[in-house]
Design a protein around this ligand. Structure first.
Ligand SMILES: O=C(O)CCC(=O)C(=O)O
Length: 272
């Protein structure tokens, strides 16, 4: 799959893209099966009672068929079309969400450095936890960023609920649809139940300049197993992701592995 120039321009201006049914019904059934197995066996999902969010790292890294998402031609075309074909895969999180997620961006990089790929595994609507976005809020000159508005306080500040913040849109979706957004874009979710199934993959540009490398190090010092003080047994990724990787997939793994090993040598595979 190759993105059109219109899709690339849309992503640049609004900060997100929706890809309806990027995964076929058969594929998404397998992905749901892989997610459920992973969260139940590696993510604490068996203990989820709905009182709090259950979250685990590297949701695609615990089983070989899930790790192979990184080889999926349509997904690679999507991410590669935005970040370059040599993009870095940098983990993600898998969730049984409980309740609302307040407004936040995942980063403040001031450039297109990182994207989040969101998989919603059940049908979600504006009333049941669909992703909400504020298009354009990834740009450093957006009024929310310029005026440092805390959207979650909009009732006190402006007299309306955060979910009614002007200009926000809801991405209602079916399993198989994919939303990809710039980490700097403000996003939230309202009205979900107590077991809203959703997982993400994070990807960044491959660092090529000294400045990029500095940004990549900054990114991985926070958004990585080492940043969260988690032992995967193999540093940046869980072993299955690395052990089932061919040369082609390794293009997307080697740089984060190398930087993570430099930042957190005590967590590197050889050190464990
Ligand atoms: O679906 C949601 O709750 C929003 C997800 C989110 O905020 C995130 O992944 O950073």
């Amino acid at each position: 799959m190759k993105l059109t120039q219109i899709q690339i321009d849309f992503f640049d201006v609004f900060g997100y893209l929706v890809m309806p049914q990027l995964f076929s019904p058969t594929e998404i059934d397998q992905i749901i099966d892989g997610f459920e197995w992973s969260i139940l066996n590696h993510g604490g999902g068996d203990k989820h009672d709905g009182s709090n969010r259950t979250m685990f790292g590297g949701p695609i890294e615990h089983r070989s068929d899930m790790s192979a998402l990184l080889d999926h031609p349509a997904l690679k075309g999507l991410v590669g079309g935005l970040l370059g074909d040599d993009f870095n895969y940098c983990g993600g999180d898998g969730n049984y969400y409980t309740g609302n997620t307040g407004w936040h961006p995942d980063g403040n990089w001031g450039q297109l450095f990182a994207v989040k790929i969101a998989f919603y595994l059940d049908e979600v609507t504006s009333e049941t936890g669909a992703l909400r976005l504020i298009p354009g809020s990834h740009k450093p000159d957006h009024f929310i960023r310029q005026r440092q508005i805390d959207i979650n306080k909009s009732m006190i500040l402006f007299g309306f609920s955060p979910m009614d913040f002007p200009g926000n849109i809801t991405i209602e979706s079916q399993p198989g649809d994919i939303v990809i957004f710039n980490h700097d874009l403000y996003h939230a979710s309202y009205g979900g139940g107590t077991r809203r199934r959703m997982f993400t993959m994070n990807c960044t540009r491959h660092a090529k300049t000294d400045e990029d490398l500095k940004t990549a190090r900054q990114y991985l010092s926070i958004h990585s197993p080492g940043g969260y003080n988690i032992k995967t047994g193999a540093g940046m990724f869980y072993p299955t992701m690395i052990d089932t990787s061919n040369q082609e997939r390794m293009k997307h793994l080697w740089q984060p592995i190398k930087i993570h090993d430099q930042l957190f040598p005590h967590l590197a595979r050889e050190a464990i």
